[in-house]
Design a protein around this ligand. Structure first.
Ligand SMILES: [Zn+2]
Length: 183
C-alpha cells in the first residue's frame, strides 16, 4: 500500500467509526440524557456490550428520569392517547418471562406496581415496571417487540410512565440508553 493509500484508508476508518455512533435525529428532550450515557456505565461494561442493541419498549421516547446512582433504570414518559387507554409496552428483545408481579401476593407498598421480568437470549434481563396491566405470565416465550402490557402508574408513581430496568446475568445494572437505538 502506498503512503497515500494508507492515509486514505486511515481517514476512511476514522470516518466510519464516527458514523457508527450517529448523534442525529435526537429530540431536544432526550439529547441531554443520551449524552450522559458515557458517564453512567463503566468503560469496562461499555466495552463488554459494544455493538449490543435492544428495541424500544414503547412508542414514546421522552426520558423523564435517566440512569444514575439511585435510579438504575430509565423512565419513559407517557406521550399519546388518553390515560385511560394505556400506551403499549413491547418486549425489548426476544426471551422468556421469568417473573411477574402476579407471582407474589399483592403488597400495598410494592414500589414497582405491576411488573414483568424477561430474560433474553442475549444474556440481558429487562424489568418493565409500573404497568397498568400485562398480557404475559411466567414461563411465556416472547419475540422481539411483542406486546406485553400497557403503560401505567401502579406502585410508587406520580404519573403514567415505564420504569425500564436492564441488568445482565452477573447482576450489573446497565443503562438502557446505551443499548437503545437513537431516535
Ligand atoms: Zn423510574
Amino acid at each position: 500500500m502506498s503512503k497515500v493509500q494508507k492515509i486514505i484508508a486511515v481517514t476512511l476508518f476514522i470516518f466510519l467509526i464516527g458514523c457508527s455512533k450517529p448523534i442525529t435525529n435526537i429530540t431536544p428532550e432526550t439529547k441531554q440524557d443520551q449524552d450522559t450515557v458515557a458517564m453512567t456505565m463503566s468503560a469496562e461494561l461499555q466495552a463488554k456490550y459494544e455493538g449490543y442493541q435492544i428495541s424500544w419498549p414503547t412508542e414514546a421516547t421522552k426520558i423523564t428520569q435517566s440512569f444514575h446512582a439511585t435510579h438504575k433504570a430509565i423512565d419513559i414518559a407517557y406521550e399519546r392517547g388518553s390515560e385511560s387507554e394505556p400506551a403499549y409496552i413491547y418486549s425489548a428483545f426476544p426471551g422468556k418471562v421469568t417473573k411477574t408481579s402476579d407471582d407474589f401476593p399483592a403488597k400495598s407498598d410494592n414500589p414497582d406496581g405491576n411488573y414483568v421480568v424477561i430474560e433474553g437470549e442475549n444474556g440481558l434481563i429487562a424489568k418493565y415496571s409500573n404497568l397498568a396491566s400485562f398480557t404475559v405470565k411466567t414461563g411465556d416465550e416472547v419475540i422481539n417487540r411483542e406486546l406485553i402490557g400497557g403503560m401505567g402508574t401502579t406502585g410508587h408513581s406520580t404519573g403514567p410512565h415505564l420504569h425500564f430496568e436492564l441488568t445482565d446475568k452477573d447482576g450489573n445494572a446497565l443503562d438502557p440508553l446505551f443499548f437503545l437505538p437513537k431516535r
